[in-house]
Design a protein around this ligand. Sequence first.
Ligand code: AR6
Length: 195
Amino acid sequence: MLFYYNGMEKQFSNGKVLRLVTGDITKIPADAIVNAANSALAGGGGVDGAIHRAGGPSIMQELDEIRRTAGGCPTGSAVATGAGRLPARYVFHAVGPVYRDGKHGEPELLASCYRTALRMAEQRGLESISFPSISTGAYGYPVAEAARIALREVCAHLEKPGGSLRLVTFVLFSKADYEQYAEALEAVTGEDAIE
Ligand code: AR6
């Protein structure tokens, strides 16, 4: 069932909730905040820059250590750090694909980012996680396509019984992105209804 308020919410029959809001992901409390990082884990602009600025230097210090031991993070995967001063326990730094033409594995790599972050949250017994729109800024992924992929993964996860996650929030940075996600949520929910 879809509910509309200062944002949009889908409630699953098992009580879990998917929420779409506009805003700054660094300001919204969640057990885990997902970052749209790069495979060098080197920091950057966009949401990555905002997370490091708001969270403080401890996040980059932890990433330095991960870089030293693991060398970085492959596209489609994610690594976890603490959240510094952010209103969260963890930051999951997910590496989305750079969009070329959609025929270079981009959909699967993007889906894999969301799946990996959801799995990392469940492994830690977390109840809430917030995502930005991974890959749709500097990495150029068309928002409408990315939204469908992201929402399919999250809906498939939340539909399952069990698990610790009760709330997944997409924090969209612009009204235009929010509208694309809202439209995609209607479409993905429609796909569910047909099955
Ligand atoms: N809260 C929520 N969303 C935000 C925020 C914020 N504070 N700031 C930006 N966005 P991008 P990518 C949105 O470019 O495409 C970085 O340099 C933004 O409007 O941050 O995955 C990394 O280091 C867009 O909708 O991430 C990588 O090198 C979305 O977040 C590269 O960019 C994602 O845009 C990753 O590119």
